[in-house]
Design a protein around this ligand. Sequence first.
Ligand code: IFM
Length: 456
Amino acid sequence: MSETIRFPGDFLWGAATSAYQVEGSPLADGAGPSIWHRFSHTPGRTLRGETGDVACDQYHRFADDVALMRELGLNAYRFSISWSRILPAGKGTVNPRGLDFYDRLIDALLAHGLAPVVTLYHWDLPAALDDLGGWLNRDVAHWFAEYARVVVRAFDDRVRLWATVNEPWVVADGGYLTGGLAPGHRNLFEAPRVSHNLLRAHGAAVQAYRAEGKRQIGLVLNLEPKHPASDSPEDLAATRRADAYMNRHYLEPVVRGAYPAELAEIFGEAWPDVTDADLRLIRQPIDFLGINYYTRGVTRADPQTLPLRASSVRQPHPWYTETDWEVYPAGLTETLVWVRERCGDLPLYVTENGAAFADEPPVNGRVDDPRRVEYYRGHLAAALDALRRGVNLRGYFAWSLLDNYEWSHGYSKRFGIVHVDFATQRRTPKASARFYASVVRSRGAALFSAPSAAPA
Ligand code: IFM
């Protein structure tokens, strides 16, 4: 790749988090419980029973975190709003103290030159709505639009970008099919209905936004290139199914107004009837697409693994993260180019990219995390490569700013560029944070300085 290419001067450089993973104090100041509060407090659901009750205490420490991002030279922060802080019962009465928290956070960001990038839904559905069926209830689209209207009215004057839903595939697959995430259901018939309602809710929120907001709104998808494990017709067909299930399942209804044909084959009688009116609702014009990229999936036919009849094959090389994801930077370029082929010139943002590694605790105020440095070097170079190929990439957000609550893994997976000592809440920027800051400062030139030797 040419080393003379640089990221554009108006590129958004950020770090990302989500409310339940970093804020702590989930019930403070009149907030209602979310499904994650309920799930993490149910014995046996999360590692060591860990909850987000304290997390990174960003609810009280946001000013320090904002100052830290400024020190690193970032110009944007992607965070999510907790729906049940704003509407404790999910709908109806608004809690002004919930709005106050985000009001103060947004003002602090702007005062430090950071653009607020807000996700409306990052997995923490109000528990009161789950009691009404949650994502299985078609009314959820109206509830979500009502919530969107409240926060857009409060903050649109100051927010740069709005994202409706973060990773609908994970919400449906983890929450309703495999059950590792809240609300912990395992039901083949529920998962596709939930996906559909997530997309309907996205569409309804975009419609509500057009009536109220003046900035930009989009959706965040986690996309993963699927590569066949062999050229056998069975593996090729399995790879098409895996791609349809995880990637095209969400992108195609939004940009094309239709679901991929493979989904009916995958879900069989569990696949719901879909009306044209629903598809029209889902296919609202969006202003950008956020892409969360972590890894690829090398796929083989596997008749035992239902409903996909496909599974992933571990690769022989040693680059795997603590969450057992293959480190595969070229997949980021591939994904961005793949989206460009389907969405044309739509502005794209890498809204999450990062890796969990087992870091050593700080020594003399330093955390050396050479594997994460190399992870970022590879993926930022892949982002630059996508720009070189004409992708309309407008920004990049590291996942995550802080080591935080990794859902059912509790605090065991550290994704931060900043180390958090969960006993003291002390923050220590890791070597990867310094490296990322140098890439931001040099608009990419630092990617081509001598790599440090990362251990295998
Ligand atoms: O921590 C999660 C985040 O909430 C959504 N995207 C993937 C991250 C790492 O698993």
